[in-house]
Design a protein around this ligand. Structure first.
Ligand code: COS
Length: 412
């Protein structure tokens, strides 16, 4: 579908994908194949005609152009994973990963624009929020009217998230929030933060943590300077500092103290599947670029893709991409059936992100010296994808989660 067609599609039909959830036939994980395929086609066209041609601009300016963000809003991309009753597209997990995979065949910063509203910046409310919290915030997030961000990590608590030190102390109808959150994706653009803070100051571990919705324009919130990152230009992170910030008690997620760590973990179970899909999408793009290069670049009188040592890099990458994609789809279906997928989601994040790193490395190798030069997108992707093995839980944290769950299930 061409971009012009994409616009006509939306212009003529409004938001045709709004009806996806309504068409679900009891228990179907793919709710309506034609509508889903329509959405995927439109996203493919958008990536090809709008995002890929702007990758270099984003790299140079460290900004996503405003007109692209507007188009994302019009397409409903901010609400892919949000329930239809709150203005989202209501995609199932399987559908969401299929769409994310297409959206990731370009610079990952583009997906990051809509990533937090569909994931870590909204899911705390979707999973554990009260009816009032959902009704008030989710429609704004689904429409892309506000950006949601997730504040878990702190200067001295990263992997050991349960040891966080930010405090929320009750005071009349409010809590008073104090602490610093680190590496907060989309913080500079955020309208609300999901903040994990300690309400039980006597308990050191995860049990004393609660989750709050904090509006970004409250007094007592300041942002640190924008982090200068290795890659993913255009996706911004920074510190968020709370100093005697007063938040109304009604913004305690779920209205219950001590549940915040579990809320954060459930959010991450979902996030880890979507990051896995992102790794698959960008790996497919890197291999497509490397294959094209290998078929054009001649050495020793023939295209380098004809040499078996290059073919082994292409073939290994293709096989690993298929493996990652298959496991992510399988686990997504399980999640849609309501099964506990903590172990499986970590397997997906671990395998897909490590696979993506290997694919990036091989694709640089196939490009030869050209792979180290800015003229080729692979130089940028090589830096961009390094983050996948770190955020939403490092590979080592995924290994820890997997092994713990194996033991827990064996004991049960
Ligand atoms: N879903 C629901 N509940 C969960 C859960 C999940 N996926 N994972 C843990 N919990 C619950 C546990 O069952 C436990 O509940 P009880 O107190 O009722 O027994 C509670 O949460 C605490 O869990 P646990 O004891 O396993 O916590 P730990 O402090 O040992 O930490 C890890 C667990 C390391 C897995 C966690 O801190 C983590 O994921 N760290 C990485 C954080 C991260 O990904 N950061 C990236 C930045 S955010 S973008």
């Amino acid at each position: 579908i061409s971009c012009t067609k994409t616009r006509q599609f939306y212009g003529r039909e409004g938001y045709p994908f709004r009806s996806l959830a309504a068409r679900r036939k009891g228990g179907d994980m793919i709710q309506d194949n034609d509508t889903l395929q329509g959405l995927i086609d439109v996203v493919q066209g958008f990536v090809k005609e709008r995002l890929i041609p702007n990758e270099e601009l984003v790299e140079e300016t460290d900004e996503i152009p405003g007109d692209i963000i507007d188009e994302m809003r019009q397409m409903g991309l901010f609400g892919l994973a949000l329930p239809e009753e709150y203005g989202g597209l209501g995609l199932t997990q399987e559908e969401e990963v299929l769409v994310s995979l297409e959206l990731s065949k370009t610079s990952p910063s583009f997906r990051s624009v809509i990533g937090t509203n569909n994931g870590i910046g909204s899911q705390g409310i979707v999973i554990d929020g009260t009816k009032e919290q959902k009704e008030y915030y989710l429609p704004k997030l689904a429409a892309g009217e506000i950006i949601g961000a997730f504040c878990l990590t702190e200067p001295s608590s990263g992997s050991d998230a349960g040891s966080l030190q930010t405090t929320a102390v009750p005071d009349g109808d409010d809590y008073i929030l104090n602490g610093t959150k680190r590496f907060v994706t989309n913080a500079p653009q955020a309208g609300i933060f999901t903040v994990m803070a300690r309400t039980d100051l006597e308990t050191k571990g995860a049990r004393g943590v609660s989750a709050f919705i904090v509006e970004a324009d409250l007094k007592g919130i300041t942002l640190g300077k924008k982090d200068i990152k290795m890659g993913q230009k255009g996706a911004h992170t920074c510190d968020v500092i709370f100093e005697n910030c007063r938040i109304p008690k009604k913004n305690l997620i779920g209205g219950k103290e001590g549940m915040g760590f579990k809320t954060a973990m459930k959010v991450l179970d979902k996030g880890r599947l979507v990051i896995g899909a992102t790794c698959v999408g960008i790996s497919e793009r890197m291999v497509a670029d490397a294959l094209r290069y290998g078929m054009e670049r001649e050495q020793f009188g023939k295209p380098v893709a004809q040499f078996q040592l290059v073919q082994s890099m292409l073939a290994d990458s293709q096989a690993e991409i298929l493996a990652a994609k298959s496991m992510i789809l399988e686990v997504s279906r399980k999640k849609d059936l309501g099964e506990d997928v903590t172990l499986e989601a970590s397997c997906c994040k671990l395998f897909a992100s490590e696979m993506c790193g290997r694919v990036a490395d091989r694709c640089v190798q196939i490009h030869g010296g050209g792979g180290y030069i800015r003229d080729y997108a692979i130089e940028r992707f090589y830096r961009d994808v390094r983050l996948f093995r770190l955020y939403e839980g490092t590979s080592q944290i995924q290994q820890l989660v997997i092994a713990r769950e194996m033991i827990r299930r064996a004991e049960a």
